[in-house]
Design a protein around this ligand. Sequence first.
Ligand SMILES: [Zn+2]
Length: 60
Amino acid sequence: MTSLKDFVLRENDVERNCHIYCKVCGKRVDGELLDLGFTKFIPRIKCECEIKRDKENEER
Ligand SMILES: [Zn+2]
């Protein structure tokens, strides 16, 4: 089971049905829980907004 307390929420994140979604583009941003033994965390999946922002930064 995914424990969302292991996920760092960002400004535009919203929790729904035990997952985290970007409220701007609606894409799910929480990945599969990674258990490294000494620590557990949920990696962030890039949403449409972030991918777009990255592209804009590259083009600059
Ligand atoms: Zn987004």
